[in-house]
Ligand binder design. Structure first.
Ligand code: CS2
Length: 488
């Protein structure tokens, strides 16, 4: 089967949108760390629009920090790939030309540092997932004991961590008299810009106070809120696209129509005009980010653990069940009152739009995909709302049910006793805590004392503990579906 590439793009059916600009003169103004499906369906779409508008500075050099998989999918296609937008009534197809090349950091760390230090590079974006920042999820402090962080604090000739790569490149730029780049975290972390800056400064300090000071005064780490539901691509998706394109695209991504990117107006160098619908440049991102993390992502995690325990594969199938849908609404009722919504956000309309997005049957978004890395996600998605409510003496019934479902998920078996892999950087810690501990009360005690996840105000809150224990006991005795039915 023919493969999508520069040589074959002209043979695509005319219904498929293709780049209208001259790819051969595009520069790499952007370097992206962590070039997974989310980046290709989100930030890359925005930079593609800048190229389409005639500003050819904003091509992307992507980098994988671990495996060579994406490079092997994209480089044989000259970086070309299709974004398949699915709204449930049909697919729209757009071939993207914005990615110029993909580097694999561990194979050649120096090549990535040089690309980051190149004078054409003005913006560095990151989607390295919560754990890629090497920060304690509860406090946001750099994990000084992590071996890769320790290595980057000692020697940056072959960096290992995302913040380490940024420091190595910023040091090279400073030595060469170049300005720093703007570094934009696009992960679902609270205050993602500040957290990235702190990680970078902590590593930079290990290499000299002057370097850290230069980065702090000259650099820029805007906060962002990113939003688009982008389920992992499956072989069925690739085969389906092949039939439409008449050729194979191993790098395709699928996404919902919705796209939002709120970016703090803090750049230390050039940026595109950012005129894509859904992109907002603003002075204050925090209220947007908080609403998105606590409503969208908080509900997602609750759906993932309860649905996963009930053996339900996809998000739209979970919210089709009335008891689970009522649970999501109850979780939103609790989370909503902890927000300070930004001007321009109608929370009631936002909630109904979210529910609509969750019901999209064409996305096939797996509960298992969202269940990953819960230890890194819980603090900002659920525990922040719980802490805010408990400070006011309010109940946390629905939010605690989501946390109890996470606790049960960590046990590695669903309601029908089928085993699943607990995919989480703290999986070994939670497994050791749960080992041989059978009853709900003891399990809650074992997990609540993990201070990398639970702040001490929550670990010592008797009412929160009692609510968790009640829910976990119900989940163990009756399963997720019956628990949700009784809850509703
Ligand atoms: C999801 C997110 O996998 C997850 O944890 O909650 O990836 C979610 O789909 C995005 O944040 C939506 O913008």
């Amino acid at each position: 089967m023919t493969r999508l590439s520069s040589a074959t793009i002209g043979d695509l059916p005319s219904t498929v949108a293709v780049p209208s600009y001259d790819r051969s003169i595009v520069k790499s103004g952007v370097v992206h760390l962590g070039i997974g499906a989310f980046h290709r369906a989100h930030q890359a779409v925005v930079f593609e629009a800048a190229l389409e508008s005639g500003d050819l500075r904003w091509g992307i050099t992507g980098a994988s920090l671990r495996s060579a998989g994406v490079r092997d999918e994209m480089n044989p296609q000259d970086g070309l790939y299709t974004v398949v937008t699915r709204d449930g009534s049909g697919d729209s197809l757009k071939v993207m030309g914005v990615v110029r090349e993909v580097l694999v950091a561990p194979e050649n760390p120096k090549a990535l540092v040089e690309r980051l230090a190149h004078p054409d590079t003005h913006i560095v974006t990151l989607t390295v997932t919560e754990k890629g920042y090497k920060l304690d999820p509860a406090t946001g402090a750099l994990l000084a004991g992590d071996p890769d962080v320790a290595a980057d604090c000692t020697d940056l000739t072959a960096p290992r961590t995302a913040p380490g790569f940024l420091v190595a490149a910023l040091a090279a730029r400073r030595d060469r008299g170049l300005p720093p780049f703007t570094a934009i975290s696009c992960d679902n972390l609270p205050h993602n810009g500040r957290r990235l800056e702190q990680a970078v400064l902590a590593i930079a300090r290990a290499h000299g106070a002057a370097l850290a000071e230069w980065i702090e005064t000259e650099g820029a780490f805007p906060e962002t809120m990113v939003d688009r539901i982008v389920p992992a691509t499956t072989s069925v998706d690739i085969a389906g696209l092949e039939a439409s394109l008449g050729m194979s695209d191993q790098a395709m991504v699928k996404a919902e129509p919705f796209l939002q990117w709120v970016i703090e107006d803090r750049f230390c160098g050039p940026r595109p005009a950012f005129e894509t619908p859904g992109v907002q440049i603003t002075a204050s991102v925090a209220p947007w980010e908080e609403a998105k993390l606590r409503l969208l992502n908080g509900a997602h995690s609750g759906i993932a653990y309860l649905g996963g325990l009930a053996g339900i594969e996809f998000v739209h199938e979970v919210v089709a069940i009335p008891a689970f849908r009522r649970f999501v609404e109850a979780l939103w009722d609790e989370a909503e009152v902890t927000l300070s919504p930004p001007p321009g956000l109608d929370v009631a309309a936002y909630r109904s739009e979210l529910m609509q997005r969750f019901t999209n049957p064409a996305l096939q978004h797996r509960t298992r995909q969202i269940a990953m890395d819960g230890s890194q996600k819980l603090p900002q998605r659920l525990l922040a709302s719980i802490t805010a409510r408990r400070a006011k003496g309010l109940c946390v019934d629905a939010l605690a049910l989501a946390v109890a479902a996470w606790m049960r998920w960590q046990g590695g078996r669903d309601d029908s006793s089928a085993a699943h892999v607990v995919d989480d950087p703290l999986a070994a810690v939670t497994a050791a805590r749960l080992d041989g501990v059978a009853d709900a009360e003891a399990q809650v005690t074992a997990l609540l004392s993990i201070d990398a996840i639970f702040p001490s105000v929550l670990a010592t809150d008797e009412e929160f503990r009692a609510t968790l224990t009640r829910h976990l006991a119900a989940l163990i005795a009756n399963g997720a579906r019956a628990t949700a039915e009784a809850f509703a």
